[in-house]
Design a protein around this ligand. Structure first.
Ligand code: NAD
Ligand code: LMR
Length: 328
């Protein structure tokens, strides 16, 4: 183990997603089996949460993970984020049955203002931030805007769950393996308005769109299934997705840090005006990653149906952003 340890902050560490993700980070699934980590775990300063966090830490210790060289419990983001190289901002209220994610803005927005400021003050200048807490795009936007001394590109939102959900639906529809589907993209907000776009997707060079050749299925089955999957899971489980969310967060950070070998993945990243999306909007785009940096896939043609879908999800994000302007 010759690599220098990196510091990984996880907020909401005693929550459902926290419990599903920490053991996988600790085993090297996120940053590689040769990358030692110090886990810096943040929970609210409430006795019950801190006690639950101690229980999670005991379990992490009992795994004797060779890559874990330190585990810290925190109740203040200013200490939790000190010198962190990676920050997974998960901690926040999840929605319950019948709620939309945007309804969480009022309760969760302040968390991301405070955490953005703390990252700005104490994190590594190269910190890679992934916001999972909902509404993820707008919370990531808030954190980014609250951290003016950090590069904007360090802040990202999780669209990977939508991306993975879309891949799985496409594999089912075409009878092909998930691993063979390339060039899938999800545009926009992590919400039912997201636009999962398989127009460019291929399996061994063959067009997935041509294989399916069914616009009605796309508009009336595929997009609603992917867009409303979170609600379907809440209806079935009574609580929101956790293992699949943790898995998507691992995929997102893994690919950002270690690269995608030219494969497209979806990340929510601040726009620089690409595809007509106004600068700074935290928008799901197809990207490739290499050398610890993501790069947008540019120059894709946007047809009338796609433009309509992109406009709808953009409008929703702009409304969310307007709703938090007073915090920034
Ligand atoms: P949970 O209620 O099980 O756990 C959340 C934890 O965060 C709790 O332990 C809570 O004490 C803690 N917390 C709350 N405020 C905090 C703060 N300011 N600092 C540190 N910790 C804090 O919820 P969960 O199921 O783990 O979900 C967490 C969030 O992730 C929710 O907002 C949920 O909607 C979201 N989510 C997003 C996606 C996505 O694809 N982007 C997927 C699934 C869930
Ligand atoms: C999901 O997509 O499963 C999460 O964002 C949780 C939710 O509220 O839908």
């Amino acid at each position: 183990m010759s690599k220098k340890p990196v510091r990984v902050a996880v907020t909401g560490a005693a929550g459902q997603i926290g419990y599903a993700i920490l053991f996988r980070i600790a085993s090297g699934e996120m940053l590689g089996k040769d990358q030692p980590v110090v886990l810096s775990l943040l929970e609210v300063p409430v006795e019950k949460a801190q006690q639950a966090l101690q229980g999670v830490i005991m379990e992490l210790q009992d795994c004797a993970f060779p890559l874990v060289v330190g585990i810290e419990a925190h109740s203040d983001p200013m200490t939790a984020f000190k010198d962190v190289d990676y920050a997974l901002l998960i901690g926040s209220r999840p929605r319950g049955p019948g709620m939309e994610r945007a309804e969480l803005l009022a309760v969760n927005a302040e968390i991301f203002t405070a955490q953005g400021k703390a990252l700005n003050a104490v994190a590594s200048r190269n910190v890679k931030v992934l916001v999972v807490g909902n509404p993820a795009n707008t919370n990531a936007y808030i954190a980014m805007k609250s951290a003016p001394d950090l590069p904007r590109k360090n802040f990202t939102a999780m669209l990977r769950l939508d991306h993975n959900r879309a891949l799985s639906q496409l594999a089912d529809k075409t009878g092909k393996a998930v691993a063979d589907i390339e060039k899938m993209a999800v545009w926009g907000n992590h919400s039912p308005t997201m636009y999962a776009d398989y127009r460019f997707a291929t399996v061994n060079g063959e067009s997935v769109k041509d294989m399916i050749n069914d616009h009605d299925w796309n508009a009336n089955t595929f997009l609603p299934t992917v867009g409303k999957r979170g609600a379907a899971i809440i209806a079935a489980r009574g609580v929101s997705s956790a293992a699949s969310a943790a898995n998507a967060a691992i995929d997102h950070m893994h690919d950002w840090a270690l690269g995608t070998n030219g494969k497209w993945v979806t990340m929510g990243v601040p726009s620089n005006g690409e595809y007509g999306i106004p600068k700074d909007t935290m928008f799901g785009f197809p990207v490739t990653c290499e050398g610890g940096e993501y790069k947008l896939v540019e120059g894709l043609t946007i047809d009338a149906f796609s433009q309509e879908c992109i406009n709808k999800t953009l409008k929703e994000l702009q409304d969310e952003q307007a709703g938090v302007a007073h915090l920034l």
